[in-house]
Design a protein around this ligand. Structure first.
Ligand code: AKG
Ligand code: FE2
Length: 302
């Protein structure tokens, strides 16, 4: 079993309908798919890989080697570590300070984020179309909020490294979860695997494919689509060899946005709640590694 690989450039060819159908199938049956020929220049992707590798070496490796995960593993207890991840991570947001000691890191990542955000919006338009929603529906649902200018989608990027692990069976790279937000675009390592999704009760690898972008949908797309596109459990295994790089960009609603099933899709009520996304994130912060259904119940009660 392999995650679907879809040629995004075919959207503007005579194979448009077939490509739309492949994406809809990826959303309905898998919750994850990979895009090739997605339009982000290869030259930029090569630069992203280079600056992220350098960034880890220059600004992160030393810290990781002193982290709680490394210390706990070194303590040598044979119990599996259930409360930590074997992951080094920083998050790039519009309004936080970005690392500045690695040459070209900031500029390159700014260029990449601009491209990947455009790709996210194109993918959301495909979802609009295949869900039977007006063009721009998901984008405007995510870019909405109160009257205090809190109405911009929350777009961020997580730069992660999963260093080689001497006892990979003792710890997860990243514990299993579904993503809280909207649409996630992942630029994963060319060769080192470890990302898996849960499908039909089995863990399936998200096979590394150089310069592809992996797309997956979070809990908010599940709610908005009234369950047609489900957020899917995934995890990252710790690996004995190689330092896996992954760059995950998330296009999420603004914290003030109200999220609910689209009225066009509720011919059958499925019990999804209506809530403010910021409230959902407060619940998620406490319950990320648990099933989503109690999160839906918790925001319903708020
Ligand atoms: O690093 C990866 O491949 C996946 C990361 C992930 O699932 C997440 O950050 O939510
Ligand atoms: Fe995730």
């Amino acid at each position: 079993m392999a995650i679907p690989v879809i040629d995004f450039s075919k959207l503007s060819s005579e194979e448009r309908a077939k490509t739309l159908a492949q994406i809809a199938n990826g959303c309905e049956e898998w919750g994850f798919f990979q895009l090739v020929n997605h339009g982000i220049p290869e030259e930029l992707l090569e630069r992203v890989k280079r600056v992220c590798n350098e960034f880890y070496k220059l600004e992160r490796e030393e810290n990781f080697n002193k982290s709680a995960s490394v210390e706990l593993l070194n303590e040598g207890d044979d119990e599996k570590l259930e409360n930590v991840d074997w992951e080094d991570v920083i998050t790039l947001l519009d309004d936080n300070e970005w690392p500045s000691n690695t040459p070209d890191f900031k500029e390159t990542m700014a260029d990449y984020l601009a491209e990947v955000k455009k790709l996210a919006e194109k993918v959301m338009e495909v979802m609009d179309e295949k869900l039977g929603l007006p063009k721009g529906y998901i984008k405007s649902a995510f870019n909405s909020g109160d009257n205090n200018n809190n109405n911009k989608a929350h777009f961020g990027t997580k730069v992660s490294h999963y260093p080689p692990c001497p006892q990979p069976e003792q710890v997860n790279g990243l514990r299993a979860h579904t993503d809280a937000g909207g649409v996630i675009l992942l630029f994963q390592d060319d060769t080192i695997g470890g990302l898996q999704i849960l499908k039909g009760g089995e863990w399936v690898d998200v096979q590394p494919l150089p310069n592809a972008i992996v797309i997956n949908t979070g809990d908010q797309i599940e709610v908005l689509s009234n369950g047609k596109y489900k957020s899917v459990w995934h995890r990252v295994l710790a690996m004995p060899d190689g330092n896996r790089r992954s760059i995950a960009s998330f296009y999420n609603p603004s914290l003030a946005a109200t999220i609910a099933p689209a009225p066009q899709l509720v011919e059958q009520a499925r019990g999804y709640p209506k809530f403010v996304f910021g409230d959902y994130m407060s619940v998620y912060a406490e319950q990320k590694f648990r099933p989503k259904e109690p999160r839906f119940e918790a925001v319903k009660a708020m």
